[in-house]
Design a protein around this ligand. Structure first.
Ligand SMILES: NC(=O)c1ccc[n+]([C@@H]2O[C@H](COP(=O)([O-])OP(=O)(O)OC[C@H]3O[C@@H](n4cnc5c(N)ncnc54)[C@H](OP(=O)(O)O)[C@@H]3O)[C@@H](O)[C@H]2O)c1
Length: 320
């Protein structure tokens, strides 16, 4: 494993981070038991992963708790989250603190290393900053939270609008950012400032559903080419990313997707989720490989650098 420092938090973390949400939820979605999912977390730790991301809506905090019974607590960095607004209802500071306390109980720990406000959109930002952040800072003083962060909601925020606002406020030490081969906006919108200010970055959506599904990539390219948003030839092939796979290049599209994100300047931890032990191993192997050849990186930037919002599907309808 390779390790890095998560911005000014000073936390040493593995560059590969285990996401326990996404569509896999450590395999719970496909019928794994909590014990089997916890075993997968231990496999990840055996591979050197020391960053684990969870959240109450994922239903995996109990699984993380099961795994933590076999891991010295100070050997892993654990991040969880709280909702800010759901179904039109704003969560009060009391409710957010109750959520934190429940997360601690489920995980059987007395602190979280990074506590993120979850899927904050630009219109929620003032409330997050002015009403919730002070309550989180108080929990930090009590030792229940080590560092406070913010995750964006790329499914609706294609332009990093919430994070662009947050860049002015020093309370947030960590951001979770959507970034991938066809959604590269954070290179200009986020990373220059996070690097300057020492904000740690956790990357989501490196693969999500789109890059695990080659026919879908071809469909998306056809649509985009028809709209004139990408070069015509990309819509005329069944394998638009085939140029990345060659001797000295990527082994396949998923390998390319993880390596592209991993080596972007400004990226600290690349999160990935899986319910599959073989995928766990191949994804870690990809993240530990060298960058894609410079010519391929440049081509990805030239072909897709202007796109935003591609393949950022959510849990409802899996649409963009
Ligand atoms: N706003 C937020 O706060 C937010 C939003 C989204 C995600 N997240 C966090 O980020 C983490 C990562 O989420 P993500 O959105 O990037 O998606 P992801 O969960 O990493 O999605 C990857 C998908 O591709 C499949 N996959 C992974 N490796 C594969 C391989 N080698 N071969 C074939 N298929 C493979 C996985 O299914 P298998 O089970 O089959 O491997 C999974 O469904 C989440 O777990 C969560 O912790 C946070």
């Amino acid at each position: 494993m390779q390790y890095t420092t998560l911005g000014r938090t000073g936390l040493r973390v593995s560059v590969a981070g285990l996401g326990t949400g996404g569509f896999s939820r450590m395999g719970l979605k496909s019928g794994k038991t909590e014990e089997e999912s916890a075993r997968l977390i231990l496999d990840a730790v055996d591979l050197g992963i020391t960053f684990i991301d969870t959240a109450p809506p994922y239903g995996t905090e109990g699984v993380v708790g099961k795994a933590l019974k076999s891991i010295p607590r100070d050997k892993v960095v654990v991040a969880t989250k709280s909702t800010v607004r759901r179904d039109g209802e704003w969560w009060t500071p009391e409710r957010v603190v109750a959520s934190l306390d429940n997360s601690l109980r489920l995980m059987g720990t007395d602190y979280v290393d990074v506590f993120n406000l979850h899927a904050v959109e630009a219109p929620m930002y003032d409330y997050a900053l002015n009403t919730l952040a002070p309550a989180l800072a108080e929990q930090q003083r009590k030792g229940k939270i080590r560092h406070i962060g913010l995750t964006e909601n790329p499914i609706v925020d294609f332009t990093n609008a919430a994070l662009k606002r947050a860049l002015h406020d020093p309370v947030w030490e960590v951001y979770m950012v959507g970034f991938h081969m066809m959604h590269q906006g954070a290179r200009a919108n986020v990373f220059p400032v996070t690097r300057k200010k020492g904000v740690g970055t956790l990357i989501m959506f490196a693969v999500r559903s789109i890059f695990a599904d080659p026919p879908r990539v071809a469909r998306e390219m056809k649509e985009l080419a028809a709209k004139g948003l990408v070069e015509k030839w990309l819509g005329e092939t069944d394998d638009p990313l085939g140029f990345l796979v060659h001797a000295g290049g990527a082994a396949n599209m998923i390998d390319a997707a993880y390596r592209f994100v991993r080596h972007e300047p400004g990226v600290d931890v690349v999160l990935f989720g899986t319910g599959d032990a073989a995928h766990l191993r191949t994804n870690v192997a990809s993240l530990l490989k060298p960058p894609l050849p410079e010519a391929d990186r440049a081509k990805l930037a030239a072909l897709f650098g202007h796109l935003e919002g591609i393949g950022l599907d959510g849990h409802q309808g899996r649409s963009r």
